[in-house]
Design a protein around this ligand. Structure first.
Ligand code: MLT
Length: 414
């Protein structure tokens, strides 16, 4: 009989978003005709930008001609996309990154889950709480996290609580760890790291010979040009940090799927005998075995995000979502809620009224306002007492959600 990977038994019972989907489907079935407004999962709602759509159509046509047809592509990405990434995501901010440090993939979720494979099973792990569930689940599956305790935490993980007191952006701890995940702008709390905070993490990583896994999937939502968009804006980061970026939220690719990971040549880990090994080479090897590249047509669409038109059109999409975030922030505050973040991220972190638990308030929002949110505790125990509200929707739905929430909860809100 094939033995199963028993580490899976240390996972929380369900992945957060399918669990929300299950509860919402049950509600919809019990309340036929109820018009729900979905501010739960961070999924984009605007159609593809015209420049992106045109590139996609053209690439489809190319694939239909003998000269333009392409089969397997380079597994790390086509040069035309990697060059555009280097020029626009890095060059414009004065960051020197090389083509052979970029790995194009089909999503940051996958990258965030896959990257841990190149590290030893006994690496110690540092995560914030609350946290994007992929960071923890992928390490649980690999056996690195230990048993799940009754407090919702895994025995072998060091957690840094992200709280109101630290602005939901904890500083590095005194103790060391081998691997630390950072996400800025943060999913779920919407907080953002400035240069000083990010530099403290880079210094901590260098002092402790740790690797930072920096998830910048939401960098396009940063409104203040002075804030760092890439960890490589911090001196020394090339030696200790891996960075992930995505086209999902900034250009509406949640359905198309395209993202990339950067691993600088200087970024190394060590063997048990102390030999230094470039992490980039391990990931390249992994990619070559397990991945056959993102479809040509999707990479052409991603490259169009960087064209003059594409940049303008995608910036308008981001501006639309950020205006939603502003309306939600102000509207919820007016209704009496304690609202955090949402200035540089498409997510608001909202304290539940009257000390309600996260799931309890999720259920009440659903039943009384017909609005879907994400319970904060689903991202970790320190998220208890909060819900995350996503700004990905139409303005009409955001306004209607605010009206309904205000009607149902404006008295008695904390
Ligand atoms: C979220 O809602 O947290 C995100 O949409 C999940 C993801 O990007 O995988």
């Amino acid at each position: 009989m094939a033995r199963v990977n028993e580490h899976y038994r240390n996972l929380a019972a369900n992945y957060l978003f399918p669990e929300i989907g299950r509860r919402v489907a049950a509600f919809a079935e019990a309340n036929p005709g109820a018009e729900l407004i979905r501010l739960g999962i961070g999924d984009v709602t605007l159609p593809l930008a015209p420049a992106v759509l045109r590139a996609l159509h053209e690439a489809v046509d190319e694939m239909g001609s003998a000269q333009g047809f392409r089969g397997y592509g380079p597994e790390n990405g086509y040069d035309f996309l990697i060059e555009a990434i280097l020029e626009h995501d890095y060059g414009t901010r004065g960051i020197a990154t090389r083509a052979d440090e970029v790995f194009v993939s089909d999503g940051s979720k996958q990258d965030a889950a896959n990257i841990q494979e190149i590290f030893g099973a006994d690496c110690s792990l540092l995560l914030s709480d609350p946290v994007y569930p992929v960071y923890i689940d992928s390490n649980v599956m690999a056996g690195r996290a230990g048993a799940l305790g009754p407090d919702g935490r895994h025995a072998k993980v060091h957690y840094q609580p992200a709280t109101e007191a630290n602005g939901f952006a904890p500083d590095p701890p005194e103790q060391r760890a081998d691997l630390a995940y950072l996400c800025s702008p943060n999913n779920p709390t919407g907080s953002v790291l400035d240069h000083a905070r990010l530099a403290r993490w880079v210094n901590w990583a260098r002092a402790n010979d740790a690797t930072l896994i920096f998830d910048a999937a939401y960098d396009a939502f940063i409104q203040d040009p002075a804030l760092p968009r890439s960890i490589y804006e911090i001196p020394g980061a090339r030696e200790c940090a891996i960075e992930m970026r995505s086209f999902s939220k900034r250009a509406g690719f949640t359905g198309l799927r395209c993202a990339y990971t950067v691993i600088p040549a200087e970024c190394t880990g060590s063997t048990s005998t102390g030999e230094r090994v470039p992490l980039r080479e391990l990931f390249r090897r992994r990619h070559a075995t397990k991945f056959n590249g993102v479809p040509y047509i999707v990479q052409r669409a991603a490259a169009a995000v960087f064209s003059a038109e594409g940049r303008k059109q995608c910036a308008l999409q981001v501006a639309h979502y950020m205006e939603n975030a502003r309306c939600l922030r102000e509207g919820l505050a007016t209704a009496g809620f304690k609202v955090f973040a949402g200035e540089h991220a498409p997510y608001l972190w909202v304290r539940t009224p009257g000390g309600l638990g996260s799931w309890e308030f999720f259920e009440r929002l659903l039943a009384e306002a017909r609005v879907v949110s994400t319970p904060g505790v689903g991202f970790g125990p320190a998220g208890e007492g909060y819900v995350r509200i996503s700004a990905f929707n139409s303005r009409e739905n955001v306004d209607e959600a605010l009206r309904r929430i205000t009607r149902a909860f404006s008295t008695g809100a904390a």
